[in-house]
Design a protein around this ligand. Structure first.
Ligand code: PMP
Length: 397
């Protein structure tokens, strides 16, 4: 029955993570997977999350199925978090939001929806982008193309080329944009560049699909929502998939959402209805425990305050690691410009290391990076950052 199947090559990042786990060297360093580790190298359980879970345990409430669109409390909190409590689109009922199975679940539900309701539209993703973007949209039967983004020569953005490409797209094309902390490069648009995108997207009648998986890791929780609020204030229709995996350190809880900003409340109702139908055909309804955590952390003032402090601490620790890496590399290899480590934002940096240099780092020094040269800066800590920087200097020399 199944002998004709092609073997699955595995996801390159997850496979690398498994290879790391199997590596017996005590000083190995995992900079491959997109997970925030604390300074002791552990995935933190945030106090606010633990307290929310304690409240859930005490309440001992039944665990019914959630509705297809998820928990009403969580959806309302997500809307305020992304769009701001005073958002006109929110007030006018123009946003359809669903709690989803992680933001991956949201991205896929959105992709299925687009395939059904905008069947002529292709998706355009940044070059490069998170590999799963392409896989998910192609898996939904949507054609995927790319627009220029990262500039290897500068470690920055090819903004003019990006805009030129967007100006040439057919109307109703879907443009996938990372709202902050671009994965894999760490290269984000400036506020002026976001502003410059608005007329292009509007005049060309393009449909932005924002992915925000690292809210708070860039410049701050509200600051990182800038593009979302800018597009909403500009009266545009667009998608936003957001994740709490990283910002609340709840990866396995599968906490995420999908929001669609529409032209009217009536349109938002239509969208929500068809999104529910899509969910029903996929996984029926999302996770109740995730909803309990997120709605409490965002909705309870004390937990919210603790969460904001935790996110700030995670962001600042990553920044400190960026600065240390930059300092050691600058000392070891004077004359080379490593400034991109400081300007890139969020968990990831494109190091500019070649696949051969990445292999050397792993084989000789036990430092694991994705072969594209993407580094998860959040895997660095005060115990391994010097060693890692020395190893990088050795393979770069
Ligand atoms: N988008 C991007 C850019 C990501 O990096 C990730 C996680 N690696 C996701 C979406 C999905 O996150 P999750 O499904 O855990 O919410």
């Amino acid at each position: 029955m199944f002998s004709h199947l092609e073997p699955y090559a595995g996801d390159p990042i997850l496979s690398l993570n498994e290879a790391f786990q199997a590596d017996p060297r005590p000083h190995k360093v995992n900079l491959s997977i997109g997970i925030y580790f604390d300074d002791a190298g552990r995935i933190p359980v945030l106090d606010c999350v633990r307290d929310a879970e304690a409240q859930l345990l005490v309440a001992n409430a039944p665990k019914p199925y959630l509705p297809m669109e998820g928990s009403a409390a969580m959806r309302a909190e997500v809307q305020k978090l992304l769009f701001g409590a005073d958002s006109a689109a929110l007030r006018e009922g123009r946003i359809a939001t669903l709690q989803t199975v992680g933001s991956s679940g949201g991205l896929k539900v959105g992709a299925d929806f687009l395939k059904r309701w905008l069947p002529g539209s292709a998706v355009w993703v940044s070059d490069p982008s998170w590999d799963n973007h392409r896989a998910m949209f192609e898996g939904a039967g949507v054609a995927v193309h790319s627009y220029p983004y990262y500039d290897p020569a500068t470690g920055g953005l090819r903004f003019d080329a990006m805009c030129d490409a967007l100006r040439g797209l057919p109307a109703k094309s879907v443009v996938l944009l990372h709202a902050c902390c671009h994965n894999p490069t760490g290269v984000d648009l400036s506020r002026d560049q976001w502003q410059a995108l608005v007329p292009i997207l509007r005049e060309r009648e393009l449909l932005p699909y924002l992915d925000i998986a690292y809210q708070g890791y860039g410049d701050g929780i509200t600051e990182d929502a800038h593009a979302i609020r800018l597009f909403a204030d500009a009266g545009m229709s667009f998608f936003v998939a957001n994740s709490f995996s990283k910002s609340m350190s709840v990866y396995g809880e599968r906490a995420g959402a999908l929001s669609v900003v529409c032209a009217s409340a009536a349109e938002a109702d239509l969208v929500l209805g068809q999104m529910k139908a899509t969910v029903r055909r996929n996984y029926s309804s999302p996770a109740i425990h995730a909803a309990g955590i997120v709605s409490r952390v965002l909705g309870d003032p004390a937990l919210r305050q603790a969460w904001e402090a935790d996110v700030a601490a995670m962001r600042e620790r990553i920044l400190a690691m960026r600065q240390r890496l930059h300092a050691v590399l600058g000392q070891r290899l004077p004359g080379r410009d490593f400034g991109y480590f400081l300007t890139q934002r969020g968990m990831f940096s494109y190091t500019g290391l070649s696949p051969a240099q990445v292999d050397r780092l792993r084989d000789e020094f036990g430092v694991y990076l994705v072969r594209s040269g993407r580094m998860c800066v959040a895997g660095l800590n005060s115990g391994n950052v010097e060693r890692t920087a020395e190893a990088m200097a050795a393979v770069l020399a």
